[in-house]
Design a protein around this ligand. Structure first.
Ligand code: URP
Ligand code: ZN
Ligand code: ZN
Length: 483
């Protein structure tokens, strides 16, 4: 059975052209004019793009005494409804828990996914066991490892652990990832703010100024460079962090930055809202920033110093947020966004001229696939690629509201925002999951995607580090050892 997407304009990260696409057996089998097939999807007036890939989600994640509410079922339903056809979630061992044990837990949850998925592994503690289990994790196609420099006393690792882990990742050809906020400083500032009576959600923003992010980003970049491993900085929210990434890139270091759609489009005024629930629902780390920082992030996407737009989807209900009434440090950190990332980025990025359509495809899909070792199977409109495709109607509009969303939580941080640019059809390995805007998915359709280690960037960096590694100077006439 073949499906043909007809009369659309294909938009990839580097090309825009008119052609039809034939899909068969879950793959793209032909691209060209005047194709026909067993069934047809009309893409007249629409763009046909690689489905979005969100490289940063936390579905049913144990965190801050609870579990994030969206699981692999509701989370991937939300993803597909917004044009995202793959997510990479974080397998998160509790400190003391083995990596392989955590993977089993994530495998038990992900069977309900509607779309394809992969995992990053989190390194939340360091030991011989973690060191020994890393090769098996990489062999299973989980080739990126996240480290938290924040969340002191919970998930945070120290610099010696970070350096040990980064060196191991270099040996394995894996990618290092970092949540870059200085957890020691955040803990001190939080204690002081609480003691001074700053107990509300705005205290969360006060406790995490941009300096804590800039410092930690710079530190992680330098440690990664000394270890010789490529580094991916998650949720880059401010100029200080972006500046560190920009500077590192200019100096030839291998680093990528990932702004979130929330940081691009929402600002810190949310935390000063008179309604406690409104403010607490927006508590995430790092917090939202001001317009200057937002401009920096947009400019980074346009110039290429920032590479990906993600969501960090980690959705907690209002009741869960209320764990933090009277103490902002107990508000579960995280916001949703999976259904809204693509329409919000299109509306605020492409329609305003901040980024091009091709840049949109790059930062929502292709760059993710390249960085994380699954290109061109994912992130491409090419013969042989998985038929993860979105037929994007640039004129279709809606107002975002929790009452019609797929996410299981009771609010939406983008409530009331008008978006123009929405999926008409979304295909996951050829199966139509969204039809004329209506969800028509299938629980359990999603498959795990094993990713490659030792990508071109890892190879190049390793070769350069080997070439420039310290070597003893060979001197004649002087004994090599003392007498
Ligand atoms: N970002 C956030 O506030 N929650 C999710 C966990 C993380 O990525 O730090
Ligand atoms: Zn994080
Ligand atoms: Zn996260």
């Amino acid at each position: 059975m073949s499906t043909v997407i007809k009369n659309g304009t294909i938009v990839t990260h580097d090309l825009t052209y008119k052609a039809d696409i034939r899909v068969e057996g879950g793959k793209i089998t032909e691209i060209g004019p005047n194709l026909s097939g067993d069934s047809e999807l009309d893409a007249t007036g629409a763009y046909v793009m690689p489905g979005g890939i969100d490289p940063h989600t936390h579905l049913e994640m144990p965190f801050m005494g609870t579990y994030s509410t969206d699981d692999f079922e509701s989370g991937t339903r939300a993803a597909l409804s917004g044009g995202t056809t793959m997510v990479i979630d974080f397998a998160l061992p509790s400190p003391g828990q083995g990596l392989l044990d955590a993977l089993k837990m994530w495998d038990n949850k992900s069977g309900r996914a509607h779309c394809d998925y992969s995992y990053h592994m989190a390194v939340t503690w360091w030991s011989q066991q973690v060191f020994d289990e890393m090769p098996e994790v990489v062999a299973r196609g989980i080739t990126s490892f996240k480290h938290f420099l924040a969340y002191k006393g919970a998930l945070m690792v120290n610099d010696d652990e970070l350096f040990s882990s980064f060196q191991r990742l270099r040996e394995l050809g894996a990618i290092a990832m970092v949540h870059a906020e200085n957890g020691d400083v955040v803990a001190e500032l939080s204690a002081r703010l609480l003691a001074e009576g700053n107990t509300g959600p705005e205290g969360h923003a006060y406790s995490r100024p941009t300096q804590v992010e800039g410092e930690a980003t710079n530190r992680a970049i330098m440690i990664a460079d000394m270890a010789g491993v490529p580094l991916y900085v998650v949720h880059t929210s401010c100029e200080e962090s972006h500046e560190a990434i920009r500077r590192a890139k200019q100096a030839g270091k291998r680093v990528w930055g990932e702004p979130l759609i929330q940081h691009l489009t929402l600002d810190e005024s949310e935390y000063f809202h008179p309604d406690w629930d409104h403010a607490a629902r927006r508590v995430m780390s790092p917090p939202f920033r001001n317009k200057m920082h937002q401009d920096s992030l947009w400019n980074g996407l346009a110039s290429g110093s920032l590479s990906v737009v993600a969501t960090d989807h980690c959705a907690f209900s209002t009741d869960q947020k209320r764990y933090g009434l009277g103490d902002f440090t107990k508000i579960p950190n995280g916001t949703g966004g999976l259904e809204d990332r693509m329409p919000m980025l299109w509306t605020n990025g492409v329609r305003t001229g901040r980024i091009t359509m091709n840049e949109f495809v790059a930062v929502t899909s292709t760059n993710v696939a390249k960085i994380f070792g699954m290109y061109p199977r994912k992130g491409a409109v090419a013969v042989g690629a998985d038929a993860d495709l979105v037929v994007w109607d640039p004129e279709k509009s809606k107002t975002i509201t929790a009452s019609t969303q797929q996410s299981a939580i009771d609010y939406n941080v983008f409530e009331g925002k008008e978006v123009t640019g929405l999926p008409r059809f979304v295909l996951s390995r050829g199966r139509v999951m969204v039809r004329d805007g209506a969800f028509d998915g299938h629980e359990g359709h999603g498959q795990f995607v094993a990713r490659d280690a030792n990508g071109p960037v890892s190879q190049a960096l390793s070769a350069w580090k080997d070439l420039t590694a310290p070597r003893p100077v060979q001197r004649s006439g002087i004994p090599a050892t003392g007498v």
